[in-house]
Design a protein around this ligand. Structure first.
Ligand SMILES: *Cc1c(COP(=O)(O)O)cnc(C)c1O
Length: 377
């Protein structure tokens, strides 16, 4: 086995602690669903799912059938809800794997009926996100179909907030919740019990207990990250003592070369950086092919010897150059931390996201999908 050039350490205890904090928020009935789509936001779906279930979470949420198959193959038999789309030809397999299926069209219900086995459906209600979702006549037709067929079980209805992380003004989310509650009441008035309604993501779980219903879908928070600055500020505004979440991911690489270059030397493609002094450059074997964003060029930092080393020049496909002039005694193959803590210093996903003009969700989810994940017990 070749030694990895870049690897990711996952602190499973941090994930368990974070989840327990969310469990602590829930009202008596509400259960916790851990969202493990996107390879558990880049953390590794199987180990994260096992950690979450051990920490007391009851449900898992994925985006597609392939993820359910992976979980079942690993022997995980907890309830799994597919939050995304299942192609009609795949419904038989989804049902056989006992996945709960999100329904956003009549075609899905008709195809599920053809399978001829009991299937647990969760209707995605359109409340204003205008992504997947049902409303009006389309919803009525789906309900009629379910009413007439015993194998179709309406277990849940859910919705997702469009504007809850991006603002401290939650009028739009409030409207969506009102619409959802009205739709749920209407569905129940038609004689459907709907045992498991759910709407909350991490931000809603932190800010609005009235969004919980019977199940709360926590993604980003279980990985130790806040959905946004706005969510943090909103929590403070509500007089909360904000949850102390612990980021679980550390992304590392090793120094592949150290060299001294004279003042006035250009570094890397496009000659976009020129040294202003005699400079020691460390070359790291990681680049945009590994999810290390090219936007970090001439902007980001890494940690070497517990100190920040600024990126010089452009991030290449598989290599990145950093300035270690002020860090004494850097050695070949020494560990460099791209994301996470080293000694007293830390590079946060939020900081990397600011450098790369994106969000912390994308930073962790795209962190080197090919790299080995080491799970710290
Ligand atoms: C991804 C996702 C979540 C989790 O959102 P976080 O902000 O990461 O907690 C919840 N619900 C749905 C439908 C999702 O797609």
């Amino acid at each position: 086995m070749p030694r990895p050039l870049s690897w990711i350490e996952i602190d499973t205890q941090a994930i368990a602690c974070n989840l327990r904090k969310f469990k602590g928020l829930l009202s008596q009935n509400a259960k916790l669903l851990s969202v493990v789509k996107g390879d558990a936001y880049g953390h590794g779906i199987i180990e994260v799912a096992q950690t979450a279930l051990k920490a007391g979470c009851e449900w898992l949420g994925v985006f597609h059938l392939g993820e359910v198959a992976e979980l079942r193959k690993a022997g995980i038999d907890a309830p799994v809800l597919i939050l995304g789309y299942v192609p009609q030809e795949d419904l038989k397999e989804a049902i056989e794997l006992q996945a709960r299926i999100t329904v956003s069209s009549i075609e899905t219900v008709e195809a599920a009926l053809q399978v001829g086995q009991t299937v647990y459906l969760h209707l995605k209600l359109e409340t204003g996100t205008n992504r997947l979702g049902l409303s009006g006549e389309a919803l009525d037709r789906v309900l009629e179909k379910i009413r007439k067929n015993k194998t179709l079980v309406l277990e849940g209805v859910h919705t997702h907030y469009a504007n809850i992380e991006d603002t401290t003004e939650h009028g739009y989310a409030q409207e969506q919740l009102t619409r959802f509650s009205r739709m749920l009441a209407e569905i129940r008035s038609k004689g459907f019990e709907v045992p498991v309604p759910h709407t909350a993501c991490t931000a809603a779980a932190i800010l609005f207990p009235e969004t919980y219903f019977e199940l709360v879908r926590v993604g980003i928070g279980m990985y130790g990250l806040w959905p946004s600055k706005e969510t943090y500020v909103s929590a403070l505004q509500k007089g909360q003592d904000p949850l102390k979440l612990e980021p679980a991911m550390t992304w590392k690489t090793r120094v592949a070369q150290i060299k001294e270059v004279p003042a006035g030397s250009y570094i890397g493609y496009g000659c976009s950086y020129r040294t202003t002094r005699k400079t020691v450059i460390a070359v790291l074997p990681v680049g945009y092919a590994n999810g290390y964003d090219r936007m970090l060029s001439n902007r980001g930092h890494v940690l070497i010897g517990g100190t920040r080393a600024p990126i010089r020049g452009r991030v290449c496909m598989n290599l990145t150059m950093v300035d270690v002039t002020d860090i004494p005694d850097v050695s070949l193959e020494e560990e460099a931390t791209l994301l996470g803590r080293q000694g007293e210093e830390r590079i946060t996903a939020e900081q990397m996201a600011a450098w790369a003009q994106t969000i912390n969700y994308e930073i962790v989810t795209r962190a080197d999908p090919g790299a080995v994940r080491k799970f710290l017990p």
